[in-house]
Design a protein around this ligand. Structure first.
Ligand code: TYM
Length: 336
């Protein structure tokens, strides 16, 4: 690529509100690793977002650093990607406030994640949980992101960011680039292994529904062997999410891991029952995650290296973010 042509910008984040799952790996991180040569990439640990739900401080700190180690271990080279912790770049909170003032109550009320999370945390429906999509819009707009690589559940939030950016630009001129969601064809919605009608989620109360990146191979195998398959009598590996949500989820996982298409996976298992199929999916997941886990464990022992990555990442991110923030402050009439 011509060095003088400015690359398009990719940006995404994950909340360190639970240990990383196979869902966030296949829906997000795995797809980020191939983008570094073609795009300017920014990836962060969304710790500001995580405290919209009550966190144990020691766990939050541990998971934030573990997530950084897992990003790198999964193939995000910190030289080629800007990797940082959100709270290390104050511009997120600063632009977040401004964006709040351009986001409508009605828009925020329609966010399905807010409805889900407030149902799950009825005792703590705080202001941050409600205005969280405005902060997420600020995360994206600060870096003038062209694309936001996320799983399907975040599409609505990215669309809100587009609407708010258009509204702001309508008043003040061309301040923000209008971002687009970038959603994988396979793996955009990995479901729970025990209740395949629900998304696999790091805050799932049932630990058997969820596979974690750092989990031991024998535990991963056990979860796949016990994964819920469907109560039809067919016992055949066929993709049909409405009629066969359990098996279809496993097909999707296997396809995303092996980078095969869904028909290719169906063909591979013609004549095999669930008893053969389920352990094969488990083995594929174990082998895919093994090098990530081992490298992340090694990196986590190298505290000096990790803090240096965090420091340089925040410096590089802050440089870009502050340019947008200054522009915004000027436009809205702050004295700078
Ligand atoms: P979070 O932390 O819930 O999820 C992180 C990423 O993983 C994807 N994901 C899944 N994909 C497929 N199947 C699943 N079961 C699954 N579970 C999670 C999510 O779609 C997401 O891409 N609001 C964001 C974090 C965020 C952000 C941002 C993202 C904050 N600011 C700016 C992009 C840009 C969130 O809560 O993701």
């Amino acid at each position: 690529m011509d060095e003088n042509v400015k690359k398009k910008v990719m940006l995404s984040g994950i909340q360190p509100s639970g240990d990383l799952t196979l869902g966030s790996y296949l829906g997000a991180i795995k797809n980020w690793t191939e983008l570094a040569d073609q795009y300017d990439c920014y990836y962060f640990m969304a710790d500001l977002h995580a405290i919209t739900v009550r966190q144990n401080p020691a766990d939050l700190r541990r998971r934030t650093l573990a997530q950084m180690a897992q990003y790198i271990a999964a193939g995000l080279d910190p030289e080629k990607n800007v990797l940082f912790i959100q709270s290390h770049v104050p511009a997120h909170a600063q632009l977040g406030w401004v964006i709040n003032c351009y986001t409508m109550f009605g828009e925020l009320s329609r966010m399905t994640q807010f409805k889900d999370k407030s149902a799950k945390n009825a005792e703590n429906i705080n202001g941050g949980l409600f205005t969280y999509p405005a902060l997420m819009a600020a995360d994206i707009l600060l870096y003038q992101a062209d694309y936001v690589p996320v799983g399907g559940d975040q599409k609505q939030h990215v669309e809100l960011a587009r609407n708010v950016a258009e509204r702001f630009n309508g008043v003040y001129g061309d301040v923000f680039r209008i971002p687009e969601p970038y959603i994988p064809k396979v793996g955009a919605r990995i479901m729970s292994l025990t209740s395949p009608e629900n998304k696999m989620s790091k805050s799932d109360r049932d630990p058997n529904g969820c596979v974690y990146l750092m989990e031991k191979p024998e535990d991963i195998m056990r979860k796949f062997k016990r994964a819920v398959t469907d109560s039809d009598t067919e016992n055949c590996v066929r993709y049909d999410p409405a009629a066969k949500p359990g098996v279809s989820n496993l097909i999707q996982i296997y396809a995303a891991i092996t980078e095969k298409s869904i028909p290719e996976v169906e063909n591979e298992f013609v004549g095999c029952g669930y008893g053969v199929f389920k352990p094969r999916v488990g083995e594929a997941v174990v082998e895919c995650l093994r090098p990530v886990r081992e490298e992340a464990e090694r990196l986590l022992r190298d505290k000096a290296y990790l803090s240096e990555v965090c420091r340089t990442g925040a410096e590089r991110a802050g440089y870009t973010a502050n340019r947008t923030l200054r522009k915004v402050y000027k436009k809205v009439g702050f004295v700078i």
